[in-house]
Design a protein around this ligand. Structure first.
Ligand code: NAD
Length: 469
């Protein structure tokens, strides 16, 4: 197997804190070693990013955009290699891994044409007021294990375009695609502009309190996000937090239940349910509840659950042992408080496989409904009154996204607009792209990622206000 290195100041180096085995979640076997940085190497990476910042930020934005475009092309040229490594470390089926790499390419490309033009706030004979946007400095990018590549690109594209430099720290269980990207980026970017350090879950806190990091771009759980925010307060660091969710699918009474159940199933089970915006609970009109549940159960029983590298696998393992153990607790809760009509147990084979699970007749207060389960497990509730459903959905501390399914699109959009979430999709799911801001409300996040709003998060707005003679 290939040897992976950290990237610090344009050098591919070993980790001073040794190596850690990376486990393939489909086999539970260590298949590669990840270099682990110590605190001194983190400091070197931050110092390199700080030293690279003046020259990088002074380059014309068009030049930085060209280099981001080259990164996208280089990633595209090695799509299959990245996808294969992603499947091995993360677990998702190869076609989904290929899609994540493509989405990463599109994200980078999406930022290439964006610009940060000064904005004239006032222009009168007496007064000219201009707002312009300056980069912040060194950005610390901290990413989770469910989409290690695209969630890094969501940060890297806008951060570098705006003129910042970056230190990236992937999740300890999925570091390798980030390290492979570091190799690729090192052939394109000037030394120090992009650095990668890996850890045993111990460097994140040092990044969030680091005096020379100007901003933390974090994607991960709400619990860790709260720690990031508290720690960043020490230096009033900028933060964007993309956190957890408990997204609802609301099915309206004018849909065709079987076809809609198929869409909801995909929304809940893609990446074995480990998507921040996966469908995590479903509300179905009472009159079609049985048909809808039966179709979900049929799909769950028919799904091919297997090693993601195997042809035809539709649902892979969950990514790591901790998540696997947590899901077993959720399954116990589902059995105790609801009716399990498909799945309900781990598969009897090596690997962190959970049978796709559908639970019906379950109460709102059960853990599987009220918490983020982050796995291939879907609770389905019935309703008779849509206002009541909207209240139930909005009771959550989370507000990341959600879906509304309805034939009458205006009515569905009206329901969607009453959901307190950063995004609600109508008759579609996962429509995420570089041009449209993505953000969480309530405890699902702070600040935007993607879109012009996301780009602005990597800048400081400055106002120049002149009295004209
Ligand atoms: P996590 O919070 O455990 O870890 C995320 C990252 O934070 C990892 O790199 C980890 O090493 C690092 N970290 C750990 N402790 C830290 C600390 N004290 N300070 C700074 N960094 C620290 O999350 P996870 O379990 O890897 O990911 C799953 C979670 O991520 C889910 O809740 C999911 O909903 C969420 N998520 C959100 C989005 C979004 O865009 N909103 C996208 C994907 C995943």
């Amino acid at each position: 197997m290939k040897t992976f290195k950290l990237l610090i100041n344009g050098q591919l180096v070993d980790g001073a804190a040794g190596t850690a085995g990376v486990v393939n979640p489909a086999t539970e076997e260590v298949f590669a070693q990840c270099p682990i940085a110590d605190e001194a190497q983190l400091n070197q990476a931050v110092a390199a990013a700080k030293a690279a910042f003046p020259a990088w930020s002074k380059r014309p934005i068009e030049e930085r955009a060209k280099l981001i475009d080259r990164l996208a092309d280089a990633l595209m040229a090695r799509k299959d290699e990245f996808a294969s490594l992603l499947t091995t470390e993360q677990g998702k089926p190869l076609d989904q891994a290929g899609y994540e790499i493509l989405a990463s390419v599109f994200t980078l490309k999406g930022f290439v044409d964006m610009r940060l033009e000064p904005k004239v706030l006032r222009e009168t004979p007496e007064n000219r007021v201009i707002e312009f946007r300056a980069p912040l400095g060194v950005v610390g990018a901290i990413t989770p294990w469910n989409f290690p590549v695209v969630l890094l690109m969501n940060k890297l594209g806008p951060a570098l375009l705006a003129g910042n430099t970056m230190v990236s720290k992937p999740a300890p269980t999925t570091p390798l695609t980030t390290l492979l990207f570091a190799e690729l980026a090192n052939a394109i970017l000037p030394p120090g502009v992009f650095n990668v350090v890996c850890d045993r879950n111990n460097l994140g806190g040092l990044m969030t309190s680091h005096p020379d990091i100007a901003k933390i771009a974090f994607t991960g759980s709400t619990a860790t996000g709260k720690k990031v925010m508290a720690s960043a307060a020490g230096s009033v660091k900028r933060v964007t937090l993309e956190l957890g969710g408990n997204d609802a699918a609301i099915v309206l009474d004018d849909v065709e239940p079987v076809a809609t159940a198929q869409k909801v199933f995909t929304g809940a089970m893609t990446n074995a349910g480990q998507i921040c915006v996966a469908v995590k609970r479903t509300y179905v009109p009472e009159k079609m509840y049985d048909t809808f549940c039966d179709e979900l159960a049929r799909l769950a029983n028919a799904a091919i659950v297997d090693d993601g590298s195997k042809q035809g696998a539709q649902i892979g393992p969950v990514q790591n042992k901790a998540q696997y153990e947590k899901l077993k607790e959720f399954l116990a809760d589902a059995k105790a408080n609801g009716t399990v009509i498909a799945g309900g147990a781990p598969l009897d084979r090596p690997g962190y496989f959970i049978a796709p699970t559908i639970v019906r007749d379950i109460g709102e207060d059960s853990r599987i409904v009220s918490e983020e389960q982050f796995g291939p497990v879907l609770p389905v509730m019935s309703y008779t009154n849509i206002d009541d459903v909207i209240d139930r959905v909005n009771e959550s501390d989370y507000g990341l996204a959600g879906t509304v399914w309805g034939k009458d699109v205006n009515r569905a959009m009206d329901v969607a607009s009453r959901i307190d979430s950063g995004t609600v999709w109508v008759n579609q799911h996962l429509a995420i792209e570089a041009g449209i801001p993505f953000r969480g409300s309530k405890q699902s996040g702070l600040g935007a990622e993607l879109g012009e709003a996301g780009l602005h998060e990597y800048t400081q707005a400055r106002v120049v206000n002149a009295a004209l003679a």
